[in-house]
Design a protein around this ligand. Sequence first.
Ligand code: FAD
Ligand code: SF4
Length: 508
Amino acid sequence: MRLGLILGDQLSLDLPTLAALDPATDRLVMAEVAEEARYVPHHRQKIAFLFSAMRHFARELAQRGWEVAYYPFGEHPHHSLWEALAAEVDARGAAEVVVTHAGEYRLQTQITGLWPARLGVPVTCLEDSRFLCGRGDFAAWAQGRKQLRMEYFYREMRRRTGLLMDGDQPVGGAWNLDASNRQPYRGQVPIPPLPRFARDTIDAEVLALVAREFADHPGRLDDFAWATTRADALLALDHFIHHRLAHFGDYQDAMVSGEDWLFHSALSPYLNCGLLAPAEVCAAAEAAFRAGRAPLNAVEGFIRQIIGWREYVRGIYWLHMPAYAAGNALGNRRPLPGFYWSGDTAMHCVKEALRNTFDHGYAHHIQRLMVTGNFALLAGVIPEEICAWYLAVYADAYDWVELPNTLGMVMHADGGYLGSKPYAASGNYIHKMSDHCRHCAYNVKTASDADSCPFNSLYWHFIARHRARFAANPRMAMIYRTLDKMPLARREAVLARAEALLDDLESL
Ligand code: FAD
Ligand code: SF4
């Protein structure tokens, strides 16, 4: 008989492992182990979400006739996945282990490099078919290109999937409607609350377990709102399509104090662990457009994130690991400030993004990119430290998606491979896109005073200190002209203020 291992982000009935095995003769193994739960201090909601979704999935597999050996956290002696698997191989006399390719390089190298010898049986590793662009297909697309552009990859994916296409042309004539997706939110339309789900005994047991065993991990548990079954994840999808998708595009880049989800889908945890499939999510969005229930700018913007960005960052990850993780092109040396973990800062925009993060294991894209990410970029934080933080604190965080977003998109630590220009921005961007500055102790209009917005002086310091790298970039020429036109005394005052802040980031 063969043993199939189902990982925590492989909760899909169409998983290749299940297709390759036979419930009549083969067995499945699922395990909650400390090595996976503790290799970074994962947010407690992330652990609760995954443990509960895994237990519900195991129950569903059993109902479908599979025999599942399930190892609940704390009820077995095994520290790592291979140890739990080895116990099953011995107990069952299994002849082979079958597993679908892991999402993380760290685990995948163990599976192919170490497990066959440790387990004493062959380990068959199957390609993960749940993505719309296979690793090989991405490598073929990337071959021979000096710099990869998400936009061209995205157009290729539109053609390949047929999503929002009229023949071989994009519906509406344009591939990308991002320019119309940058409105601040000023209460134009009400923001619908997220759906809530009924909790069962599995959820209750897991929440109690996580509260007990992971008290030292970050994040609150009291407002746990994630779906933990496929049925509820489908309800979450349906709710998004009917109540928030129509305004997703308009307010995609907006931020509002106290509004944690705005018109975002909050579907990434389900997509990333397999409870939802990217194709079905995009099909539901396209159907809403075709039925006249959501405008093209919203649906195109949403689909681009999934068939474009999501597949693109995964392709880059597998093309360039493990070297990619070591990137530090800007030579950053500052440790991550402690307030990223405590949430305690006077910068209102950062405080809000951190509150959202610790309350839910969630922050929307603009908070991650333009607030916590932008600050780390401007302050020159060591990429490894900020990457470990993002990997820990979000319910949707897995190395394959978190690393390119943080190290590449935010920190520009890959030398501009993923984005031709850093997303660096002063407080003015945050002021334009949010209500945060009105509630802040700092003054967004100034850059060199004792109460000036830290983003302002740090922005100019970033621009000035990386002149050698960016001055020749045509997309940044205007910024350098503005810096050079600044009266000398003002420039010196702004840079001096930035130096003082950089010497004492913890005080912000
Ligand atoms: P929506 O705004 O509703 O977008 C729809 C879907 O598009 C998301 O569910 C997600 O699957 C996909 N998507 C959107 N943007 C991206 C992107 N840049 N890369 C990949 N997929 C995208 N996303 C993760 O899933 N896991 C991560 O660990 C993660 N880390 C990030 C770290 C940083 C520094 C940044 C800037 C972004 C990161 N993202 C990550 C991307 C993005 O912020 C989240 O996917 C998004 O906020 C999830 O919320 P949502 O489901 O409401 O997204
Ligand atoms: Fe953030 Fe600066 Fe605005 Fe304060 S003033 S909320 S620190 S951008």
